[in-house]
Structures are given as structure tokens and as C-alpha cells.
Design a protein around this ligand. Structure first.
Ligand code: SAH
Length: 215
């Protein structure tokens, strides 16, 4: 069974990710390594390497593998980076970030998801992940500034507090826009200020919180 999962992971990376233009070798290697089937509900394990998002309970979803790869590549992580992730969900994206950066701080607002993600981080001994349960739109001021910030839920606008926690040279990637569809936005903080790049349309569950949608 494990070898079968490994083969499916290879196929996922080749057909859904590399074939669609993701070329960062470190990102591809992380996607080949992290066992996505461990992050989905037991009943859906068989579908873990398919080309779509899956429900993870509490009305939330684990993102489509390609979207995870695309957002991760856009963060341009280096091994010394300190990363903040908002929307832990299943913890799958967190585990990918943990392969590529020095330390990952991740925030989930729903306690049940936070607890199950923390359990899997412990099981997999992801020593460079720190998780907390709170409103991620407020960021993690005690640990700022961050080299990269990733938001995996759709915001109505760019959360200003999060942007203020992005260090010089830092990259932030987030879906922002309407309740049903958003654009994937990349922000880069340079010497002259913030540069914003629109990466195209996407669909995420809602970011709920002080600087998100009302909850
Ligand atoms: N990256 C996740 C995707 C989960 S879906 C994965 O790989 O599985 C987005 C998650 O964001 C949901 O679990 C949702 O509860 C969470 N979320 C929404 N608003 C939030 C907020 N303000 N702070 C923290 N988490 C939030």
C-alpha cells in the first residue's frame, strides 16, 4: 500500500504539477515526499492524490495539490526562512512549508482542525512547526517579521495587520476578492514599498476574522 501511495504521489507531481508549469525543484521534491493521504479523512485516503480539493470536516477543505504547489512556489522559500501560515486546516500545506523553510508558524481558528493537525505534526515529528488556535488575521506579532506569509482562505481585502508583519524582502501570497471566487495575489515588500502581482482566479473557503469576513 505504501509503495502504491508513493507511485500515486509521483504521478500527481508529474501530471498535475510539473506538467502545468511548476518548475521549482525543491517544491516538486517536497510534494513527492509529504504523504498527503495522512492528512485527509480515512474514508477519502484513496482520493488523496487526485486533482481536486477534498472535505476535511467543519465545512473546510484541503486544497487541490496544484494550488498548494503554485502558492508554495510563489513564496520562493529559502531554507533559512521564517514563515507564517494562516489556515492550518488539514496541516498538509504546513508540512510542505516545513520541508522548505527553517520554521513555520501556523494558525487555525477552528479548534477541532487545530487539534487534529497538531496531532499529525507530532506523529510526523515536524520539529520546526509551531501551531496555535486563534484568529490568524491578527497574525503572530510576537514572532514578526516573517520572510513569507501564506493565507490559505479567501480574504475580502488584503489584511493590513498581516502585511505589517512581512519583513523587508518578504513575500505574502493570499486569495482575495469575493465570497465565492477570488484572485491569487502575491505581495513583495521591497526597499521602495509593496509590489502587488495578480496570479489569476481561484476559489477558497472564507477567511473569517477581524480582518476577514465577519464570523
Ligand atoms: N492549508 C489548508 C487549507 C485549509 S482551508 C490545508 O492544506 O488543508 C482554510 C482553513 O482556514 C480552514 O481550516 C479555516 O478554518 C481556516 N481559517 C479561516 N479563517 C481563519 C482565520 N481567521 N484564522 C485562522 N484560520 C482560519
Amino acid at each position: 500500500m505504501e509503495t502504491d501511495y508513493r507511485r500515486r504521489r509521483e504521478e500527481m507531481v508529474e501530471r498535475q504539477i510539473a506538467a502545468r508549469g511548476i518548475s521549482d525543484k525543491r517544491v516538486l521534491a517536497a510534494m513527492r515526499k509529504v504523504e498527503r493521504h495522512l492528512f485527509v479523512p480515512d474514508a477519502l485516503r484513496d482520493q488523496a492524490y487526485r486533482d481536486f480539493p477534498l472535505p476535511i470536516g467543519e465545512g473546510q477543505t484541503i486544497s487541490q495539490p496544484f494550488i498548494v504547489a503554485e502558492m508554495t512556489q510563489a513564496l520562493a522559500l529559502s531554507p533559512t526562512d521564517k514563515v507564517l501560515e494562516i489556515g492550518t486546516g488539514s496541516g498538509y500545506q504546513t508540512a510542505i512549508l516545513a520541508e522548505l523553510a527553517e520554521k513555520v508558524y501556523t494558525i487555525e481558528r477552528l479548534r477541532a482542525l487545530f487539534i487534529s493537525a497538531r496531532k499529525i505534526f507530532d506523529t510526523l515529528r515536524l520539529a520546526n512547526v509551531v501551531a496555535k488556535c486563534s484568529d490568524g488575521t491578527l497574525g503572530w506579532p510576537e514572532e514578526a517579521p516573517f520572510d513569507a506569509i501564506l493565507v490559505t482562505a479567501g480574504a475580502p481585502a488584503i489584511p493590513k495587520i498581516l502585511l505589517s508583519q512581512l519583513g523587508l524582502g518578504g513575500r505574502m501570497v493570499l486569495p482575495a476578492g469575493g465570497e465565492d471566487t477570488q484572485n491569487l495575489i502575491k505581495m513583495v515588500r521591497g526597499q521602495e514599498g509593496i509590489r502587488q502581482i495578480n496570479m489569476g482566479g481561484c476559489r477558497f473557503v472564507k477567511l473569517i476574522g477581524k480582518e476577514g469576513w465577519g464570523g
